[in-house]
Design a protein around this ligand. Structure first.
Ligand SMILES: Cc1cc2nc3c(=O)[nH]c(=O)nc-3n(C[C@H](O)[C@H](O)[C@H](O)COP(=O)(O)O)c2cc1C
Length: 185
C-alpha cells in the first residue's frame, strides 16, 4: 500500500517561528507507512474572488494541487489577537475556492496551538476548529494539544528539549493517525 501523505501547515510565516520548530519535531517523528510534508503558505497573495475568474496568482494552483493530493492535514498555529494568523486564514480561504472545489474537503485534521504565555493559543485553536468545521475537515477532538510557554521548550538550534512535551506530542500524533486512518479508509 502507498504511504499515507500527511501535510503539515504552520500558521506562522516568520523565520524562527516556534510553531515551525514544532513542525520540525513532528517531521522527525514520521512513522513508517507515512510521508509527512511541510506545506508553506507565505507566498500566497491575499485571496480575492476575482482571481478565480480573471487569472490566478502563480502560487495558487500548485498550492491547491498539493493540498488535494494529501490524505490528512496537521495544523500548528500560534495565536494572533485571539485568533489564527491572517496568513493561515488566507491559506484556508485559497484552498476553499472556487465554490464547490474545496481542496480541504474531507481530510482529517489535527490542531496544535502554542503561545509564549500560559494561554497556549486556546483562542486560535478554537477559531481554527470553527473554520475546519465549515471546510468539512473532521478534526481530532482528544487529546486537545495546547503548548504553553513554547519559547522555553527549544534550545538555540530549535531542538525540542522539553521531554514531557515531546512525549505528549508523540502520543497525540499516535491518536491522530489512528483517527485519520479510520476516515481515510
Ligand atoms: C500580531 C500578533 C498578535 C499576537 N497576539 C497574541 C495573542 O492573541 N495571544 C498570544 O498568546 N500571543 C499573541 N502573540 C504573540 C505570539 O504568540 C508569539 O509572537 C509567538 O511566538 C508567535 O508564534 P511563532 O513563534 O510560531 O511565530 C501575538 C503576536 C503577534 C505578532
Amino acid at each position: 500500500m502507498a504511504n499515507r501523505k500527511i501535510g503539515i501547515v504552520v500558521g506562522s510565516i516568520r523565520k524562527k517561528a516556534y510553531t515551525g520548530m514544532v513542525a520540525d519535531y513532528l517531521m522527525q517523528q514520521t512513522p513508517s507507512g507515512y510521508d509527512f510534508e511541510r506545506i508553506f503558505i507565505a507566498d500566497l497573495p491575499i485571496y480575492n474572488q476575482d482571481y478565480d475568474k480573471e487569472g490566478l496568482p502563480g502560487s495558487y494552483k500548485p498550492f491547491r494541487e498539493k493540498i488535494k493530493a494529501l490524505d490528512a492535514v496537521i495544523f500548528i498555529t500560534p495565536e494572533h489577537n485571539r485568533s489564527i494568523p491572517a496568513a493561515l486564514k488566507n491559506a484556508l480561504d485559497v484552498g476553499s475556492r472556487p465554490y464547490g472545489q474545496n481542496v480541504w474537503d474531507g481530510k482529517p485534521a489535527m490542531i496544535i496551538s502554542s503561545s509564549i504565555s500560559g494561554l497556549s493559543g486556546f483562542g486560535a485553536n478554537h477559531h481554527l476548529r470553527q473554520v475546519l468545521t465549515f471546510l468539512n475537515m473532521p478534526t481530532l477532538q482528544q487529546p486537545e494539544v495546547y503548548l504553553a510557554n513554547i519559547q522555553e521548550c527549544f534550545d538555540e538550534n530549535g531542538v525540542l528539549i522539553n521531554e514531557s512535551y515531546g512525549q505528549f506530542i508523540q502520543s497525540a500524533l499516535h491518536a491522530y493517525l489512528t483517527f485519520a486512518n479510520k476516515l481515510i479508509g
